[in-house]
Write a protein that binds this ligand. Structure first.
Ligand code: FAD
Ligand code: DLZ
Ligand code: SF4
Length: 509
């Protein structure tokens, strides 16, 4: 093989990458780049930048230990041009190489950039499949091709069969059902003990990165310290072990629960590691299936976890690559309101939103139901421009990369694709939040009040959203009963809902 420049992107920190397995340590050069453009195309949370840079630097050091020749460009390198294209051009010239090898990138934007390089730089380019995913783009396209509705559940069954995870010898799902979601909706009750995710003390490499981030990104959202994320494969595996031992048995039962003083509950807090390659998705699912077979975790927990990874995670990636680039501009409801300032400041009297945003600011983490039913739900029913909502989610979470964030935000949470991902919008009144959390107990608003100045804003906004978008939603069979309830409502009550909603909306605008 000719000598090659092997580019490894920030979310490709896996030793199993095909270019690494196939490359030649004595003749190839690995290129890793810290570039300004990637940090500011949305202004990422400080903790997210620090996590990525430190994980990249640790990975580069491990590659060097393994005997690779690594060209690592730091952000503060005086020659750094600030973007992938400029740095690849510089490296090709500097190392006098004519062949470039990359693993397919996660994001469409980066793919377009890479596709332009052979012509721009006069090199041959080999884009290798990212085998860390279970379904290839071609497989997903083939599955999607002859379907009117692309429901995750059916795709998930194919992934179960393909991987053999939680399958019996006769090719039937373990426990006789594919999905135990209905067992995963217990509200939090009484005194419960919660494990904490692994916290890793920053080492010298991380401390250097923290210095750099604090100096260069002081105007970005979020608290840089305390910084406790793991930054190596070993750290990530320890974090996963801790989750499996301490939280996984209850993961299923309380997946939808929310508590004011418990930020992680029984969630894994591993998405940031999986998404950059420090944990392998299939291996962790195999481990969870083994735990079930050994009788250490119940089926609803094991199935619930595996579904998130080989179901949802693979499915949203498939949707992203199927629908980009048009997907970015979807806005089914024509929502145009700006993102309220409290998404950045947490300065709101709504206790649920205050808690979710404060936690996001401090940890660069919120669990799924906070993202979907608090920040997402509010943006949906308040009519916020879905692109602004998307850019917020992409910036503020340590695990956010467009391929996974966009379908979750624009599709699942904002219904901006008109129902490709979900059969109905995830819109709810305060009642759902009150049932699944303890936020309402300490809120200035009253969740039981439907209208007036003290009413929980989710209550009138919920109806205002449905009424405002009736033309678009009236054909949805899952909303028929809800619209009938509205139509049966006393006209004064209807008017009070709409007036309260409009008054609230004008206040936050
Ligand atoms: P757990 O609840 O413990 O779940 C275990 C794992 O399953 C996660 O680590 C993750 O890898 C996977 N997973 C769970 N749900 C999903 C999902 N819907 N899509 C993809 N993977 C999933 N996840 C991201 O990884 N990056 C994002 O940018 C992202 N943005 C989101 C935006 C919105 C509006 C919503 C509603 C969800 C988003 N999710 C995103 C999905 C989910 O919220 C996170 O994966 C999860 O909260 C991560 O925390 P955890 O590791 O504790 O997950
Ligand atoms: C998100 C991110 C950031 C903040 N910085 C870098 C970087 O400096 N270098 C890098 O290789 N990748 C970075 N990333 C990830 C990329 O933006 C991009 O999301 C992935 O490469 C997916 O295509
Ligand atoms: Fe949120 Fe409404 Fe409950 Fe307050 S009362 S915490 S705004 S759901």
């Amino acid at each position: 093989m000719t000598n090659s420049l092997i580019l490894i992107l920030g979310d490709q920190l896996s030793f199993s990458l095909k270019p690494l397995v196939m490359g030649n340590k004595s003749s190839d050069i690995i290129l890793m780049l810290e570039v300004e453009e990637e940090t500011i195309y949305v202004k990422h949370h400080k903790k997210k930048i620090a996590f990525l840079f430190s994980a990249m630097r640790h990975f580069a050091a491990e590659l060097r230990d393994q005997g690779w020749n690594v060209d690592y460009v730091t952000l503060d390198d005086a020659e750094n041009s600030g973007n992938f294209s400029g740095e690849v051009r510089r490296a090709l010239a500097h190392h006098t190489l004519k062949r470039l090898v990359v693993t397919e990138p996660g994001e469409y934007r980066v793919r377009k950039m890479i596709d332009s390089w052979p012509k721009a730089f006069g090199v041959s380019l080999d884009i290798m499949t990212d085998h860390r995913f279970i379904a290839s783009h071609a497989e997903f396209r083939a599955w999607a091709a002859d379907r009117k509705q692309l429901r995750m559940e059916y795709f998930y069954r194919i992934m179960r069969r393909k991987t053999g995870l939680l399958m019996n010898e006769d090719d039937k799902p373990e426990g006789g059902k594919w999905n135990f979601d209905s067992d995963n909706r217990k509200p939090p009750k009484g005194k419960m003990a919660f494990p904490e995710p692994l916290r890793v003390e920053p080492d010298e490499i991380t401390r250097d990165v923290l210095g750099l981030v604090s100096e260069r990104f002081s105007d970005h959202f979020g608290d840089l310290e305390p910084f406790w994320f793991g930054v190596t494969q070993i750290d990530a595996e320890k974090a996963f072990d801790l989750f499996v031992e301490a939280a996984l048995p209850k993961f299923g039962d309380y997946q939808d629960a929310m508590l004011k003083d418990q930020r992680f509950l029984y969630h894994a807090v591993i998405s940031l590691y999986v998404n950059v390659g420090l944990l392998d998705p299939l291996s962790i699912c195999q481990r969870v299936a083994d735990e079930y077979r050994a009788g250490r975790v119940p089926l609803n927990a094991a199935e619930g976890f595996i579904r998130q990874i080989i179901g949802w995670r693979e499915y949203v990636r498939g949707i992203y690559w199927l629908k980009m680039p048009d997907y970015l501009d979807q806005n089914f409801f024509g929502a145009v309101q700006p993102l309220p300032e409290f998404y950045w400041t947490a300065d709101t009297q709504m206790a649920c939103l205050r808690a979710a945003v404060t936690q996001t600011k401090e940890e660069a983490y919120a669990h799924h139901i906070q993202r979907l039913m608090i920040t997402g739900n509010f943006a949906l029913i308040a009519g916020i421009d879905p692109k602004q909502v998307h850019e917020w989610y992409l910036a503020v979470y340590a695990d956010a990369y467009e391929w996974v964030e966009l379908p979750n935000t624009l599709g699942m949470s904002q219904f901006a694709d008109g129902g490709l991902l979900g059969s109905k919008p995830y819109a709810s009144s305060g009642n759902y939040i009150n049932k699944m959390s303890n936020y309402c107990k300490s809120c200035r608003y009253d969740v039981k009040q439907k209208t007036g100045d003290d009413a929980c804003p989710f209550n009138p906004l919920y109806w205002d959203f449905l009424v405002r978008n009736r033309e678009k939603l009236k054909g949805n069979p899952r909303l028929g009963q809800i619209y009938r309830n509205w139509d049966r409502m006393d006209i004064d009550k209807q008017a009070a809902y709409i007036t309260t909603a409009k008054k609230f909306l004008s206040k936050i605008r």
